[in-house]
Design a protein around this ligand. Structure first.
Ligand SMILES: [Fe+2]
Length: 136
């Protein structure tokens, strides 16, 4: 399966958050590994959960700090993602015999979500921060 890579057009103007996003792309890439196994998927899903918790809180702090007006809607996006991940984790716990199917569907969703979320949602706080800088 082909994966999406982090590219500079996805930069939100903050190195730490960009690095988080690069790490997320790396996790998606790991999931597309051809020799995927039950333990491996479990490992990646666990890693993904820890990673997103840390990343989302960093991003939310970043938005709070600058008084980003779209914070509430953005929090909802993160919450939806967390719910999706929990669904995946519990589904996988119940049907571990189908690692390939789950691996592919997780991968496809993640690729789409990541790019879409960064390009449409994360860019909103980047643009807000840029506009604040121009005003001052
Ligand atoms: Fe975000």
């Amino acid at each position: 399966m082909t994966t999406v890579k982090w590219t500079s057009d996805l930069s939100v103007g903050d190195t730490r958050i960009d690095d988080d996003h690069k790490g997320l792309f790396q996790l998606v890439d790991d999931l597309s590994n051809a020799n995927i196994s039950h333990d491996y998927i479990n490992l990646i899903l666990d890693r993904l959960k820890r990673y997103t918790i840390e990343h989302f809180s960093r991003e939310e702090e970043h938005m709070r700090k600058v008084g980003f007006p779209g914070l509430k809607a953005h929090l909802k996006e993160h919450e939806n993602f967390n719910e999706w991940l929990e669904t995946i984790r519990s589904t996988y716990a119940r049907f571990p015999q189908s690692p390939f199917i789950l691996g592919d569907s997780v991968n496809e969703y993640l690729q789409g979500w990541l790019r879409h979320h960064i390009l449409t949602e994360d860019m909103k706080y980047r643009d807000y921060i840029l506009s604040q800088k121009q005003d001052s």
